[in-house]
Structure formats: structure tokens, C-alpha cells
Design a protein. Sequence first.
Lengths: 469, 332
Amino acid sequence: MKLFTYSPGGTEIEEEKWTKDKPFVKLPPPSIAVIPLSQHTGAPNVPAVKIGDHVKIGMVIGSTSAPVSAPVHASVSGDVIAIEDRLCPAGNKIQSIIIKNDFKEEEAEFEHVDSIENFTPEELIKKIRDAGIVGLGGAAFPTSIKLSPPKNKVIETVIGNGAECEAYLTTDYRVMIEFPDEIINGILIELKILNAKRGIIAVEDNKTDAADLLAKKIAERNLEDKIEVVLLKTKYPQGGEKQLIKAVLGREVPSGGLPLDVGTVVQNVGTLKAISEAIFYGKPLIERGITISGTAIKNPGNYIVRIGTQVSEIIDKVGGLNKKLRKLVFGGPMTGVAQSSLEVPVLKGTSGILFFGEESLEMAPEEESPCIRCASCVDSCPIGLLPIFLDHAYRRNDMKLAESLYAVDCIECGACSFVCPAKRHLTENIKKAKQSILKQRKIEAAKQAAFEKLKQKRLQEAKEKEAKK
Amino acid sequence: MTEDMVDLVVTSAPHVRKKIKTSQIMRDVLIALVPATVGGLYFFGIGHTLGVIIVAVLSTILAEYLGNLIFRKKSTLWDFSSGVTGLLLALVLPPSSPYWMVVVGAFSAIFIGKIIFGGIGSNPFNPALVGRAVLMVSWPTFMTTWLKPFYWKIGSQSLDAITSATPLNIVKLQSYSALIQQFGSKIALYKVLFIGNVGGCIGETSALLLLIGGIYLLVKKVIDWRIPFTYIISVFVFSFIFGRDPLFSILAGGLFLGAFFMATDYSSSPVTPRGKIIFGIFIGFVTVIIRRFSSYPEGIMFSILLGNAFVTYFDRFKPHIYGVFAKNGGKT
């Protein structure tokens, strides 16, 4: 079978996929669910419940009419005991609904359907939106928006992303092994919504069993003319949206553009499963598969966890720690976010939680040594940027230079920092430069707008004066 | 769960790094230089030659140490880069170099070549070659006295008996045909140059042993193929264009040492893939020009130093940036 990949750039990482063969286990529901109102990229929700309200599993507890958003649902049944700002995995505080679980597990009514034949694309999109589906790969972009491209864009291909190129994480792999039919259903739903012809499920070649299983299921259902499975070379960051599109379609998403600009939509396999469940069972996104791994946790594995479960409860429920916890990471080790507290909840976009002991300080040393210009970072960048010079620009606070070196095109994959023999904090500095540039651009845009407004006003005044004369 | 089980540190991603350190890279370079070094000792005798190598390495390490002290820098001794510079310097010196001259070369390499620019990673020129250049212009006689291989087996101790001109020297002073005559045939000449049984600097004579080290570095991914490959090819092609025997030109002199170990010096070579290719072609061209038209028979040292001076410009040849220049619906 042909192996697809992108080039140049990328790096080999140590996979450490210890939990590959651990089937999903349902984690008991938490006693307290902390459900942030904004778990997606886009406009935040407003509370749809009050303190003291009784909620059932699957009830909408936060929503907004803003288009780029996804409602949030109660993941446990019980009473709303507080609505307050809580620390979230990204490090910011977000208004959250706190529900005390009554362990009665009362469910709201979910609408089952047997076939999508009689639904229009708009109805399907509405169902997906109502179910609160967002991208489960980590970016948490509202899926309903992704599936509503502008009318002038033709979508030819839907790509199911089963690359899972991050180390430790095995969530997508388990979804592919345990829920292949749901993934295929998800692709079929998207093909119908987007009126696209071709579905592709892309899997890295360290997971050939998953690829074979999906191919077998596709053959059994006689869908070979619609959906194909392709194998990707195992290379980090093969699962990055841009890299995946280049690998599979040989196209590049224009800088600042979206996959739909090159006629495709990429969806994580976990999201495809969630879409399928939302459409066929009416099930909102109240739980998700998560890889719990790392050296400091007793029982690494794959768990189905309710959204809003806090890490402290997860640790207890999976059997505790086996050594002092020094680093807690939400997501994979390459791009994940280190946490400062155990009181952070699992969100829709949480694909894994990693627990590390003292050795994590060795794994990613803080201390830098001088750059030796070895160019490993240049060779590793999947975008073709020059991390070494971007880092120099940031350290000199020369944002003009950083901008001219395309800092904003950085996908923050971490490959440059990973390969650096001098342990320089390249990704971190480029990220900061990027943020600074984007902030500056916003300020400039606001200034420009204010100027235009003033100009219009002055012109108006001049005209009025003229008229009076 | 108890409180003392948790003491969280927050750092920026990535939370895992490749297990590679600067010192490991330098160690690999030292390992790669072992064949050529042993070859040098074999051809030019253990006595004085070994002395030159030891003096060079110890002097560069001492110079680095003093440099760190004077400029109040954190110790950079344990990244082994100064040791690499010392060994490289020794390998590009004649085996008969006096020790005091080696010390001057070593201090020049580290101080003028490296420390004053800010130490490791900041030197625009290859430090070992800076050291050699200083010696070359200061004591040209010492720098162009070449011991014959196995000179101690020659009965006579007179300087004329145990020294000889290098092949490139003979070509410069006499002619290529005279050189071939001396070795009997072209094939015999190639063979001698490939094995290294010929007069020259301590570590530059054997293309074979340098190739072994170079391949080691390529396999270990310490160096990129682009610079050595394009450099050697460039010398081959331009030699042909300028009417010289191309195969002789790449085997003679220090080209393999320069291509695999000098031009690939991280600090003083380009970082972009395309920049590396242009750099290799450029220094190859300059090497041939020097050999053909100047009074220097060799040309490796000055061509690389000249190439070093233009690295900033070579680095302007940037890689293709994803999506930035995408046209036609992003098809590439």
C-alpha cells in the first residue's frame, strides 16, 4: 500500500503508546461536574439554568445565538449549585456551571432515528449543532460551522483524521478499533451535508490494524466507491490538519485560509463518531474518550469520561498516583498544556491527560545552552519556517522581522523545540512572537477603523456646513 | 490522595525533548575524526605528530577556559566544541609543526575565531581554519614544509631527504604530467591519494579515512549531505571546466576534510537547505579558482573562510513555506 506523507519537515518522536491495547472503560460519573460555558473556539455561551435548578443528563445548560458556537449540556443529573468562573485547562478562567451529582442518572429524552435519508443537510447541521459537537482533536472548533461552508466553496473531499501522531495518546486508535461503523457513518453524514463525493480515512502506518478494520467494514457495507482508507507514514505532525491535507491531497491550504479553500473538510475520527451518535441517537456531547497515561499514574488506560469531571476525581477513580506528580498535561506531550491545579475539568477538546513525576523535568529541561546553528529546527519545521531566526527575532523583540519570517504561519507543533540539541525554547518564543504580532494587527485594524469613522464624520460635517451656506 | 503527592510545575509545550545534547554531537564529530587521526599517526609517525595533536587539543581547551574566565561566561568546556576545534586544527597542520606554533594557532582559533564573537554558535568563521590562516600568513615556511610519509624509514636525516612537495604543489610548480610521471601512472596516483600515503597535513591525506568519518556523520545525521556533496561535486565540475583532472582534484589536498568536517561547521555554514547547496557550489568554485589562478596550490581553507563570510546571504534562500505561495487551489 502506498504511504502518504507531507514534506519537507517533521520529526520522529518516541511514541510511548502504552495504552494501545486497553479498551475504553467507562469512568463512573463525578460527584461534582464543572462545565465551562465556553469549550469551543468562538462565542461563549450564556447560562440557560439558574442556581438551584435541577438538570438531567443531556439538558442544555448554556447556549447562545451567535453562529460560531456550540451549546453545552449537563453531563450528570443533579442540582446546579453554583455558576462561577473556574480555572480551565487553557490556563484562563471561564464562567462555568457547577452541578452536584445526585447519581440518579436521569436522562433527557434523546431522539433516535434509523436513517438520514429523509433529512435535509440543514436539518442534519442543526442536529449536530444542538448536540454541541466540536472538533475533538483538540482545537474544539464548532463542527456545525465547519460543515456550513460559504455557498461559493465546493467541497470535494471529507478526510477522517485517524493519524494520531502525538505520543502517548491512543484515544483515536481505540475509537477506530471499537467504533469503526460510527466513523463510517460520520463520514456518510458529512458527505451528505457537504454534497461531497469522496471520503478518505487517513491512518498512520503504526496503526495498520485499525486501517485494515476500517477497510474491512467499508467493504462489508459496499461503500468502497465512496470511502477509502489511506495509510500515512508515521511522522510527527502527520495529523496536523495542514500536513494531512498535503499528504493526502497534495494541496496546501493557503496561509490564513481554511481547508475548505482547497475543497476539503478534515474531521477527527472521534468527532465523526460523535456526529454519528448525535444524528442517530440524538446524543449530545456529554462524554468522550480520553487517554490517561504517563509515568505517575497507576493504571494508564483509555477511559470514557464525562465532560466536566475534574482531574482530582479522575485520579481517585482510576486508582491513584504511584509517585509524586510534578507535571500534569492536558493533551499530548508535544502540544499539550501543563496544568497548575488538579481542579481543572475535562473539556470537549480534551484528548488525553498525562501524569508525570520528577523525570518530566529531565524530559523537557528548562535550562538552555547556546544555539549551535545545527539547523535541526529548520529541517524539522513542517511549514518551512526558520525557527532559529524567529527565535532570534523574538529575543531581540524585533516583531517586524518575526512577521517577515512568517511567524503567524507557525502551527505550534513543537517539532523545533523537540529536536533542538541546545534545548532552546523555540516553539514557546515563536508562539509569543505570533501572539504579539496578531495583537498588534488587531490594534492597527482598530486604529484604522477609528480613523475611517472619524474621516466619515468630518466629511459629513463639512458637507452639512456646505449645505448651510 | 495527600497534598505532598502533588507539586506541579508549569512549562510551555513541548513537554518532551529528543535525547540529544550539543556534547553528543561534538563527541560524534570526535569519533568521526578517529580514522583520519589514526591514519595521520600511521603515516607521519607517533612521536612528533601525536605531540602536535595533543598540544593543539590541550591549548584550545585551555584557551576556551581562559576565554570563559575573561568574559565571565558560563563554562562551555563540557560541550567538547573546543576539543573538536583543537583536533581539527591539528589535522590541518603539517606534521612537522613546532609546538609553539601549534599553541599560537590554537589560541588564535579560539580567541580570534570564536570567543570574541560570543563563543559557541556565534562564530562567523570556522575557528580551526582561522587558526590555520593566522599561522599560514605568519609562518609560511613552517606551514609548507611537508614530511614524506614514513620519513623515519629513510636513512638520511637531512631536511631535503625527508620532505617533499604535496601533489598539488607539484602541479602548481611543475605540471600535472610531471606529477603523473613521478607516481608512474594516473591510477597509481589516484590510489596513493585515496589511501593517503602522501605528503600533506596530518589528517588531510587519506580520502578513504575521511570518507569513513564523513559517512559516520551522515548516518548519525550530525551533518547534512548537502554541503559536502555539493562542495565535492562543485570542485569536480569546475576543475573539469578549468581543464584539470577532476578526479585528481577532488582526491588531492584537503577537500574531503574540508567538505565533511570544515565546511559543515554549524556556526559558520548556512542553515537553510537551499543555502547549503549554494554555499557548497560557491566554495567549490572558489577552491578551483584559487588552485588554478592564485599562487596557493591548495585553496580549501581560503574558499571556506570566504564562503563563511557570505553565510548570511546564503541563508536568504529560504525553504518553501507551506501555504504562503500556494496558487491554483493550493496544488503544489
